[in-house]
Ligand binder design. Structure first.
Ligand SMILES: Cc1cc2nc3c(=O)[nH]c(=O)nc-3n(C[C@H](O)[C@H](O)[C@H](O)COP(=O)(O)OP(=O)(O)OC[C@H]3O[C@@H](n4cnc5c(N)ncnc54)[C@H](O)[C@@H]3O)c2cc1C
Length: 417
């Protein structure tokens, strides 16, 4: 088939690769000048399937209310808050109920474990390496944090995910640069999890997709998907509609706007986060792989010669409005754990990204119900960890094959009922 993919973030690029590998003729349309220039640009890079869970969870509403009063808060509301953000929060609140959470968690984790397996398959087949490191550690500052982590550990046991509960000394043996003066009650170490540079991977995979015949049309903004003709859309500065056999929408936060005129109203909203990446002057003072400060929900990861600190969840606000309090939290957590890991005087990259979030957690993958239009979107806070599996699932669906995993609840129907 002749297939157009709209959007070249990590989800669009992995989808392009899988469809090209299946022998389709693939063209990717992207408004930026290269791949992975939006949400996939500078994320934390964590691939930890056992921790891929919905943000809509029992107990979260109370936690979020408390966060709103804290100075170094993991979650913030920002102005302007759109009506759509308020509607999103209503859906989120409903999805925090226990049964809904368990169902969505199972859906996400099935996809996350499959996705890690696919990532390894693809990475092994690639001609180039990307920055990656193995192992991931959750840092627990105090006994209270250790207690709060217990339900998460029960879940890891249930899933059969190998992990070690460590005391502070053992944690410091794995990450020797952890600052000895910052209180550490213990840590959870996941040896099979990992950190990888999402953007580098996307660039390498674009190359591999091109070798399979895929084409990329950059600096091309899709303005509308045609309502009257299947698999047809319009791009800026051209009066001629573009017609294919099928379209796959992978436009991240831009997807909702393209779907609305078709009568598909998905509660997909941007939830903003930040990262700061800086050169490592002395490797012995930097993390070897990735850690997560459980209290502040901030990740510190090693990206080759750089260290990256990432976190914060802002609902509302504008894409280009940098909130300095959020950055202060990132710098505080970095300095608490790895003082001296980063050279902050030059070569520092500060980034704000928009997670394409559906309120209940899982992405939407599959046929849209609109003839010729397929969806692969809404990967939220785990798009890198979920991308390779999502792409394979969608390629199998387009080919009429049964995907390797149960895709119950990943289709758009859960939002149309
Ligand atoms: C601070 C932060 C930390 C994160 N950490 C992690 C992590 O550790 N692990 C993890 O798995 N995930 C993480 N994420 C989430 C992850 O980055 C996203 O889920 C993922 O990048 C989404 O990929 P995507 O391809 O769906 O969206 P995007 O990368 O945003 O790609 C969508 C593309 O579509 C294009 N597009 C949109 N509209 C149009 C249009 N009309 N015409 C043409 N092109 C269009 C955009 O330009 C963009 O390139 C993090 C996110 C943030 C913000």
């Amino acid at each position: 088939m002749n297939i157009a993919i709209l959007g070249a973030g990590i989800v669009g690029v992995t989808t392009a690769y899988e469809l090209a590998a299946d022998g389709h003729q693939v063209t990717v349309f992207e408004r930026h000048a290269s791949v992975a220039e939006a949400a996939s640009f500078a994320n934390a890079g964590v691939v930890a399937p056992g921790y891929v869970t919905p943000w809509a969870a029992p107990g979260m509403p109370l936690k979020v209310l408390r966060y709103l009063l804290a100075h170094h808060a993991p979650v913030r509301l920002r102005r302007p808050l759109a009506l759509a953000d308020i509607a999103w929060m209503r859906h989120w609140l409903a999805a925090c109920e226990g049964t809904a959470y368990a169902r969505n968690r199972a859906r996400m984790q099935r996809l996350a474990f499959y996705s890690r397996h696919r990532l390894h398959r693809l990475a092994d087949a690639m001609a180039y390496d990307f920055d990656r490191s193995s192992g991931y550690m959750v840092l627990l500052r105090a006994e209270r944090d250790r207690r709060l982590a217990q339900p998460g550990l029960a879940l890891l046991r249930e899933l059969g995910v190998p992990f070690d509960e460590l005391d502070a000394d053992a944690a410091r043996r794995i990450e020797p640069a952890l600052h000895p003066h910052t209180a550490l009650a213990g840590a959870i170490h996941l040896p099979q999890d990992e950190v990888g540079n999402c953007r580098q991977f996307a660039i390498i995979l674009r190359d591999a997709a091109e070798q399979l015949g895929a084409r990329f049309a950059f600096n091309t903004t899709v303005t509308a998907i045609d309502k009257t003709q299947p698999a047809t859309f319009h791009v800026a500065h051209s009066a001629v509609p573009l017609r294919f056999d099928a379209l796959v929408l992978c436009a991240g936060v831009g997807s909702a706007e393209l779907l609305r005129p078709l009568g598909l109203r998905l509660p997909l909203r941007p939830v903003y986060g930040y990262s700061v990446s800086a050169p490592v002057p002395e490797p012995a003072r930097a993390p070897r792989s990735g850690v997560m400060d459980e209290r502040y929900k901030v990740a510190i990861t090693r990206m080759g010669q750089r260290v990256r600190v990432a976190g914060s969840a802002e609902i509302g606000g504008r894409p280009d409005d940098v909130h300095h309090a959020a950055l202060q939290t990132l710098y505080k957590v970095l300095t608490d754990w790895f003082p001296g890991a980063a050279r902050l005087s030059s070569g520092v990259q500060v980034w704000k990204g928009a997670r394409p979030m559906l309120p209940d957690g899982p992405p939407v993958i599959g046929a849209s119900g609109v003839p010729g239009l397929w969806l692969n979107l809404g990967h939220g806070s785990s798009g890198w960890a979920l991308s390779c599996g999502s792409a394979r699932v969608l390629a199998d669906q387009i080919a009429g094959r049964v995907p390797d995993i149960d895709t119950e609840g990943l289709d758009v129907q859960r939002w149309l009922r």
